[in-house]
Design a protein around this ligand. Sequence first.
Ligand code: DQQ
Length: 533
Amino acid sequence: DLQLAWQKTSFHFQPQMNWMNDPNGPLYYNGWYHFFYQYNPAGAVWGNIVWAHAVSKDLIKWMDLPIAMVADRWYDFNGVWTGSATILPDGQIVMLYTGSTNESVQVQNLAYPANLSDPLLREWVKYPDNPVLVPPPGIHKLDFRDPTTAWLTSEGKWRITIGSKINKTGISLVYETTDFKNFELLDNILHAVPTTGMWECVDFFPVSVSESNGLDTSINGPLVKHVLKASMDDNRNDYYAIGTYNEANGTWIPDNAAIDVGIGLRYDYGKFYASKTFYDQEKKRRILWGWVTEGDSEAADVRKGWASLQGVPRTVLYDQKTKTNLVQWPVEEVENLRHNSKEFDKVVVPAGSVVPLDVRAATEIDITAEFEIEKEALESLPFSGEEYSCPDSKGATQRGALGPFGILILADKNLSEQTPVYFYIIKTFNGRFKTFFCTDLTRSSVAPDVVKDIYGETVPVLKGERLSMRILVDHSIVEAYAQNGRTCITSRVYPTKAIYKDAKLYVFNNATEASVTASIKTWQMSSARNQVM
Ligand code: DQQ
């Protein structure tokens, strides 16, 4: 089936076949990036979970290695679940992961490479005295999973945090250790947020407020803030908040309690879950991996023989301009796949029009676009009390004075299938502008049984800044970034007509009052598969 075959990506991480979920234990060691992931060797649905393993020199072109860890002990009999890597100062590598025991109790286990002189780290050994941690008193046996990378305190002890919940309050427990075998539960939890439910895949890391490089997980100090992220089992989204870590009492406090973990910012407003960062000591950056689920039916996944992707790894930094959010950007290495660039300079897009962009098949394409709105329209517009939210709107067909305008991707020549990625601007009563960034899947496919949500949120735009977006299209995945990565939206799309050479690109403006001028650059993207490293 040509349409199902088309859905396979050419530069996103995905195994040859079968089910994949969370990223696990990413790390850089001896010239190689390592990536492990939750994997079902036996089918395209979740189950039989093991740790699969791949390596790369550039985070884009991957080589599959043998499965790293299978469910062969009582303490991980029901699954080798999610975990994280810690690289010790002497170069040793420590892996902590959750095992679902033969009785389905969630416990934490220790594993390490059999042979550190193998740069591919092919063989993994489980510590004979596993588990190293069992659910403490008061924590349910099914609510204790996904240990983080450890960080070193000023006293020279290691700490990890593990997500859980008490009643409906999401929490993160903290343990201290010196040898990764014996742990002490600290009296204080790292943080808790009522009503948010179980916290999966907690991540905790420092960001610099003054520099544009990433920080090793153990760094702390006056020019450092700490990000706490949790994956909300209740609504399947990754929420983060920026705050301050108090090492002495072991707690973290958000900068702004109104946008605490689980109730404020998300890494991504589309499909993006169970994400995890690691510090790349080679290029001094922090890199974020996130799992992107399917939006088609389970039956379709079984028919095509695979399910799920990983987003292109993203560099994560504190936004020194807004000071309220992170910025996420595809790792620079993805740009090595760019070729055949095209430039569309200062294209005038009048209110209510669609302008085709002459690129050849747009199924593997990197797009950057900047938009300028007519000055007079901006100024003369009356204030509006309009309430807007991407998911509650009618998508790209809902016309406002200053939007929507943006790019139609994966559109056929009749526009019977199209996925608009766009801005929508509101002039609020205080005269300020509020900008939304959305992706509308309503018309992405004529197929009936696929997700057709409208995703998106506000994006901060500072005075004097141009509106800009970047879109990575790779067959059935679309990653959209606004204002250099302040707001991100990852979508899965399943067109039936706008595929292969019939996938076209347009710039559109559905505003009623303003014409926009768009400057767009596109690059075809080479495949990352079957390339020599
Ligand atoms: N996936 C793993 C768990 C984790 C969940 C099991 C998050 O460890 O909590 O496959 O997607």
